[in-house]
Write a protein that binds this ligand. Structure first.
Ligand code: KG4
Ligand code: ZN
Length: 349
């Protein structure tokens, strides 16, 4: 089969993004362009993403971002084989903007449309970047998601664990807010934690040692809140508390990942080396990567982390997930609806 060229649009949260990707499964693919317009400045005053502001900002930016992605890739709509867009899960206003734009482009250019699941796009990014064969274990850690999945094919996922309350990125952002740091808090906490002594505070390690691979982070956030509200907490303590928080998160992520590793090996009868992919914005955290690398080394897993700009929300991952589907000859029709909720897989119980 000749290689495929796909335009991908991403608008499910606070990034308006478009990209053109070329290649064939299993990858790696070629990222011909990857344009990301971040709305962080617009949401920062509110300490988080405001859905109405996001939807309006997507409407204003999307046409220019698509034009730029095509121009950087040196192609026109006539040159692409399909147009892919995030159809969920995500903030519905934003998803509608991207999907409707993709439908209009597909109709105008006479190209097939592919409605992409945003989580699947994160899951398949390591194929775009490294040509990773199935199956692999995925730890998806972002502002909206926290899941451990066995990825066995373009449309085949096993859910090993998910968060029962906050996503890990959300926990970083809320903790940052408690410490007086601006949004998005993840990178700020990581930076501050470098100067801190984690041992000064004893924080809970939620779910540690429990069977299964589910996560919980709200107790950790509550513990941080209590410490911050205690009379003797001064701003100079923030680095130590950030370090303690990050250490507790790492312990939880590694413990849950170990549980999922065992389930994954059993499900796929894998005895030898295996691969863990860490994706999503939180995978940008160096201390978390180091913790996961230690866990991997102990269990004969190789850690694969896509480059940061492909770990956070982007159009290239949408284009690649679309490309994997296009290669199977399955397209979506123009009546496909945006979905606020769209789970990849249900727990195999
Ligand atoms: O994947 P992403 O760009 O958007 C979605 O949520 O889908 O992830 C954004 C999240 C935010 O919560 C942000 O605080 C977190 O990723 N994040 C980090 C780091 N960089 C981004 N969390 C911890 N450490 C980081 N270095
Ligand atoms: Zn995402």
């Amino acid at each position: 089969m000749a290689s495929l060229t796909v335009l991908g649009l991403e608008t499910s949260c606070d990034e308006t993004a478009a990209a053109v990707v070329r290649g064939l499964p299993p990858g790696p693919g070629e990222v011909l362009s990857n344009v990301v317009f971040s709305q962080i400045a617009e949401h920062a005053p509110y300490g988080g993403v405001v859905p109405e502001i996001a939807a309006r900002a997507h409407v204003e930016a999307i046409d220019g971002i698509v034009a730029e992605a095509l121009a950087v890739a040196g192609c026109t709509l006539a040159d692409v084989d399909a147009i892919a867009a995030t159809a969920g899960p995500g903030l519905i206003g934003g998803v509608m903007v991207g999907l409707t734009t993709a439908k209009a482009l597909a109709l105008a250019a006479g190209k097939p449309l592919i409605a992409v699941n945003h989580l699947k796009a994160h899951a398949l990014t390591a194929r775009l970047t490294a040509g990773l064969p199935y199956p692999f274990l995925l730890l998806l850690i972002s502002g909206g998601h926290c899941q451990l999945l066995g990825v066995e094919g373009n449309d085949a996922f096993r859910l090993y664990g998910t968060t029962i309350d906050d996503a890990v990125g959300e926990a970083f952002d809320k903790t940052a807010k408690l410490l007086g740091l601006p949004y998005p808090g993840g990178p700020r906490i990581e930076q501050l934690a470098r100067a801190g002594q984690a041992g000064r505070y004893r924080l809970p390690r939620p779910m540690l040692g429990r069977p299964g691979a589910d996560f919980s982070f709200s107790g950790l956030k509550t513990a941080v809140r209590q410490i911050v509200r205690e009379g003797d907490f001064v701003p100079g303590d923030a680095a130590d508390l950030a370090a303690a928080f990050q250490e507790a998160v790492i312990a939880t992520l590694c413990d849950r990942t170990e549980q999922a590793m065992a389930q994954f090996r059993a499900d796929f009868a894998l005895r030898g080396p295996a691969t863990l992919v860490a994706a999503g914005g939180v995978a940008a955290n160096g201390a978390i990567r180091a913790g996961l690398a230690r866990t991997c080394a102990a269990h004969d897993f190789t850690l694969e982390v896509p480059p940061v700009k492909l770990c956070t929300d982007n159009g290239a991952m949408i284009a690649w997930a679309g490309l994997e589907q296009a290669a199977t000859g399955r397209f979506d029709d123009l009546t496909v609806s945006p979905r606020a909720r769209w789970p990849l897989a249900h727990a195999a119980t």
